[in-house]
Design a protein around this ligand. Structure first.
Ligand SMILES: NC(=O)CC(=O)C(=O)O
Length: 307
């Protein structure tokens, strides 16, 4: 369907007030998992890591991008699951749902290759404490990159891009979801902030060229520009695999401060999120009020079109 967006209508309603989160302080777990070619092992392994994070007090657990499959265009069609067709056709999300329900935690389930009809997507599922699927985010910006002599990757060879930004209300606050390359598009983070997100979660697998330069920079920029928390989770590095991930899963606070991070080995990071700091930082630095909406503005096309 063609978008009905027109520049004349491009006056955006004011940003949504930051909603009162259902919880002020809680622990988040970032599971930087090793990923192999053995899907069953990957699922069992992820389950153990989630259980370990929950045992250490995590109420929200974040997994990496493509944690049930090698990250490759050859693998995506082979490992893809039909998430909407019920638990039998998606063992990976069935596990996430079951463990979220039994441990009463929220899970932002990294991403897996999703099959829907004749299309494949890179998809993140969010499960609530009752085990129900609360949101499904299909990677909006496909990772098509060509840095000669360093890295060439074309997700669009096999995958289709998602069409919808995803903000989800959970027991641990309002969360905006992006997958890896989605983090390079700051408008998406701004949109989530304008929709009242407390936290942005990005499962990601940055590469060894962009990772050292861009990974932390983008997270900190998103956090400080939008005055919210940003959490990322990568697979652990496997130097022998076709795609070598940078690792460095991280939690950044609303002042751009790195609260917890790790290197490239497998690890579970447990760190605290304190939403009272969102108000504090927004009072210290009232960017929202100082923004020059008369000179520039972000257009939320979906909100405009739904009016
Ligand atoms: N998987 C990705 O989208 C990787 C990416 O964005 C990168 O820069 O690396």
């Amino acid at each position: 369907m063609a978008s009905s967006f027109s520049p004349e209508k491009a006056r955006v309603p004011p940003a949504i007030e930051l909603p009162v989160p259902p919880v002020s302080k809680f622990k988040i777990g970032l599971c930087q998992l090793s990923v192999t070619a053995d899907k069953e092992r990957n699922i069992a392994h992820a389950r153990l890591a989630i259980e370990e994070a929950a045992e250490k007090g995590a109420k929200l657990v974040l997994l990496p991008e493509i944690w049930n499959s090698p990250y490759s265009n050859d693998s995506f069609p082979v490992y893809a699951e039909d998430i909407d067709a019920g638990t039998d056709s998606s063992p990976s999300t069935a596990m996430l749902s079951e463990v979220a329900r039994s441990l009463k935690i929220t899970i932002v389930g990294g991403s897996i290759p999703e099959r829907c009809g004749d299309k494949l997507y890179n998809t993140c599922c969010v499960f609530g404490t009752d085990g129900k699927l609360k949101a499904k985010h299909r990677k909006i910006h496909l990772f098509d990159i060509n840095i000669p002599g360093k890295i060439v990757f074309e997700e669009s060879k096999t995958l289709t891009a998602g069409e919808t930004p995803t903000v989800v209300d959970t027991d641990v606050g309002r969360i905006g979801i992006g997958i890896c390359y989605d983090i390079c598009f700051q408008e998406l983070a701004m949109l989530y902030a304008a929709r009242g997100a407390h936290l942005l979660c990005y499962p990601g697998a940055f590469n060894m060229t962009t990772g050292p330069l861009h990974w932390e920079l983008l997270q900190r920029a998103s956090a400080v520009d939008n005055q919210l928390y940003v959490a990322t989770c990568s697979p652990a590095r496997d130097a022998g695999s076709g795609y070598v991930a940078w690792g460095h899963s991280t939690l950044v606070g609303p002042f751009g401060e790195v609260l917890a991070t790790t290197e490239h080995d497998e690890a579970t990071i447990i760190s605290e999120i304190d939403y009272s700091l969102l108000e504090l930082r927004r009072t210290n630095l009232p960017l929202q009020k100082q923004r020059r909406g008369d000179l520039y503005s972000l257009v939320d096309v979906q909100r405009l079109n739904s009016q």
